[in-house]
Design a protein around this ligand. Sequence first.
Ligand code: ATP
Ligand code: MG
Length: 419
Amino acid sequence: MGNNITALQGFKDIVPADIALWREVEECVREVVGRFQCVEIRLPILEASELFIRSIGEQTDIVEKEMYTFVDKKVTIRPEATASLLRAYIEHRLHLSNPVQRFFTIGPMFRHERPQKGRLRQFHQADVEFLGSDNARVDAELLAMGAMIFALLAIPIRLELNSLGCPVCRPPYRGVLVSFLQQRLDFLCEDCRRRSVTNPLRVLDCKKEKCRAQLDGAPALLDYLCEPCRVHFTQVRTCADGLGLDYHINTAMVRGLDYYVRTTFEFVTDELGSQAAVCAGGRYDGLIEMLGGGPVPGIGFALGLERTVLLLRKHRREAAPVRDLDLFIAALGDDAAARCFTLMHTLRTAGLRVNMGSGSLKSQMKQADRAGAPLVIICGENELAEGKVVLRDMATKQQEDVELQDNGILLRLRQLLER
Ligand code: ATP
Ligand code: MG
């Protein structure tokens, strides 16, 4: 003891007691994305560094400061999934079977940033990408999908919406913003002074009070959209309204990745301190082409699983009861244990979740309780001699004798479990 090896800072175990919530979130995601004909894809964790530099952008927080890159090999453990997914989409020519396709993937992402509650160095995302359409209806569908996931989990959330324009209207706006920032340079934080040159839109997103105060009255990109972008944004809103989606326009919302155009959005909460964004995404028309694919538009989001689990725990009044087992077998004595051992195997083969204990009857009943087993079989030397077992229903506390015969026991257990 004393100098045990522990997990690295920002890397966290998800222990068995937390798994129920994790699975609930993951199963909810799978259920909802399935309603939108979204198919699963699984991607490698390591990619060429160049993939992220090209797609996310050189002058972003992620690429500048947060990526885990092995310099000698020029490879990076992925900080997000969109780039990898598009790389795979292009590499496998998936567009050939059908240009309009929807994918999701769930897995760990890695960013070297300061760990805090809801902010880790290895974290997990459920990532959804709708490829092949720039129709505003698709944007509304994706927003609806996000809202549906949180509604199903009964997590209150706020949807914020913005448009980041396109390569036609963003540069002129950028110019207007830069001159606005130039006049306030002395009052901005060090990061924002640098960003006002390298990535001025990011200044709008600064969380520091000092900078926020300076940004009152900053020009909004929404007022500078070109005609096609303006029309697209209006259509997105009309479609979202048509679905009864509740959202707020946030003109200051910019995303930390360069590839976004037009629709961008975040599902945010006030309940996790400054880690407000739980799910975020946007449109990235042009990115697939830039990565060497065809002119395929796309839109997607990434839902942070850690933050969703934190919220789910907060809004759950009570934890779901543990039920790791259908049946617990308390055998007393070596001979009974040997006979029950084969019984256990038969029952498992038949599909039941079964385990045996050891020790005194009292201690084994405690083990059964902890596993949440609704049924317990008790078999001591007397029962064995009489060729029977005692079957106890843990909820009603009723006990009955059942002949010690595998198939007979299986039948009776099935009857009881089905009730
Ligand atoms: P933030 O503003 O919190 O840094 P981000 O803009 O960097 O978020 P994205 O890259 O858009 O986040 O990722 C989408 C989601 O992934 C976030 O909304 C969040 O829920 C989650 N996420 C991002 N970074 C982390 C992290 N370091 N730890 C835990 N979750 C994260
Ligand atoms: Mg970040």
